[in-house]
Design a protein around this ligand. Sequence first.
Ligand SMILES: Nc1ncnc2c1ncn2[C@@H]1O[C@H](COP(=O)(O)OP(=O)(O)OP(=O)(O)O)[C@@H](O)[C@H]1O
Ligand SMILES: Nc1ncnc2c1ncn2[C@@H]1O[C@H](COP(=O)(O)OP(=O)(O)OP(=O)(O)O)[C@@H](O)[C@H]1O
Length: 576
Amino acid sequence: MKKPIIEFSNFTFKYRSQTEPTLVDINLKIYEGEKVLIVGPSGSGKSTLAHCINGLVPFSYKGDIHGSLLIKDKESKDMDIFSISKLVGTVLQDPDGQFIGLSVGEDIAFALENDEVSQEHMTRQVVDVSKLVGMEENIESSIHQLSGGQKQRVSLGGVMVDQVDILLFDEPLANLDPATGKLAISLIDRVQKETDTTVIIIEHRLEDVLHSDVDRIIVVDDGRIVSDSTPDELLSSTVLESSDIREPLYIKALKYAGCAITAEMNPSHLNTLKLDDCKNKLIQWFEATTQNEINEKASPILVLEDVTFGYEQSKNNIHNISFSVNKGEMVSIVGKNGAGKSTLSKLICGFEKVKSGRILFNGEDITKDTIHERSQRIGMVMQNPNQMISKHMIVDEVALGLVMRGVPENEIKERVEKTLKVCGLYPFRNWPISALSFGQKKRVTIASILVLNPEVLILDEPTAGQDFRHYTEIMEFLVELNHNGVTIIMITHDMHLMLEYTPHAIAITDGRIIADSSAVDVITNDTVIEKANLKKTSLFDLAVKAGIGNPKEFVTRFISFDKEVRKNGSGNAFIY
Ligand SMILES: Nc1ncnc2c1ncn2[C@@H]1O[C@H](COP(=O)(O)OP(=O)(O)OP(=O)(O)O)[C@@H](O)[C@H]1O
Ligand SMILES: Nc1ncnc2c1ncn2[C@@H]1O[C@H](COP(=O)(O)OP(=O)(O)OP(=O)(O)O)[C@@H](O)[C@H]1O
């Protein structure tokens, strides 16, 4: 029988600045060599739980602790932060918060340097680790030159070289492209199996984590543990539906087809899933479901013509990119980490200047317009909320753009309140931003742009770090905005989001467009999937497994049906 390596007993924690405890009466044992996934709504206390394990609570985040937390049989509050860091390696949710070296290589080497490893051994290991996370060509690059996903890869690399007993990953997939996400999960799995390290993963993207086995899934809600079970048990229960956690798409499709999911069906992986008589139900559902009409194309609002750009004179990061977005569309820009997606949005907003080519807005050339001129029409929500926030209080941050535009005070108050309500932030309006979780901060940045009523809204990973309820709320809100005429462009690594919400998708890789078509076409095209580091949807594989002859059509019908369910509470053809 394995020993517990982490043991919470009647553990309660309250941040000094909060009136109520964030973690309440936690009783949890995690055993040596176990792989545990922690899921739960935004703000439920997952990161706080992680911070208790890695010592940031109480060393960096002060507060009151009751009860006990043993790490390797030692009471954690009696240990110093250095002893804890020898036992626990962490990949934080916000990769910007944890870089120590100046370059990629230095950062990965840091853990080794600490342990006085020989220079030769260190160089070899740094190269090996960089290869493992696909950053070997960037070893010399400085951290600030990296894309969001590239930074996340470096963080993963850094922690992999640590020789620790416990590895803690707080949303490791948030900024990774789908193929790299899959690789990261396999990598974590390999490290855990080879070294018998205890692994704890906090992640909203349940389906992606379940790509490899986990021993247990802990569901946290409102600071308490509400479920502790195997993946098969959890997926066959109703806990996910009531805890704002997104079910895997193939499970949702099975439920739409009227199948009852049981643990005996092994639902945690599509390849182990026993379909049995669900096969016929899926086929019947497919045959009975029709697809809704797709909207007519409107006139172009944003056009890029042969746009080329490079951060350095000698090297281009964007090569002759041309595309057109129509008024009223919802479009996804997808593709590999470092492909140039964020760069494209910076070019559209004028934060960077094109080397050649033109950008047109409503047919008018805006290539030479200033950032301020463009911001009257185009709003941009950046990937990392910490790079956007400049005020101390939430209301002030959301009001900032309106104040700078000289909007009358009464109107500011009204617009800010409305936006805060829509974004689910109204209860927190008078809070300091520092007391918000990462997901809550992200919503503040979306609110601060939405309040300006832009014609085109560009969102870089709008739902990263959001639980399913907030994901749905944000997306439905964006759909509503879209119905009211706002054109929406989303940069995303979330293939579900692309499929469910954006009929039009543009895939880019290495600064070039490799697909500009329907989202279903992009996500079912093997060549595009491979080149742009995307991942095939499990809906497609489910259809193949059920013997449905046209799996692409199955994906299309599911998306159409699902949209109806979200809109009306039931699908368009299949009534039970
Ligand atoms: N440094 C802090 N000071 C005070 N309160 C905090 C601090 N960090 C987090 N909190 C509060 O604790 C609660 C839980 O936050 P935590 O970051 O643990 O949630 P989470 O489950 O990881 O959320 P998310 O999925 O959005 O990252 C939040 O309501 C937040 O306001
Ligand atoms: N400030 C900068 N200076 C130099 N190079 C940069 C800078 N910012 C980004 N780059 C490089 O430009 C390329 C495109 O980066 P960009 O951030 O646009 O990628 P992305 O597609 O948004 O990636 P991700 O999915 O990881 O967010 C990358 O190779 C990156 O290293």
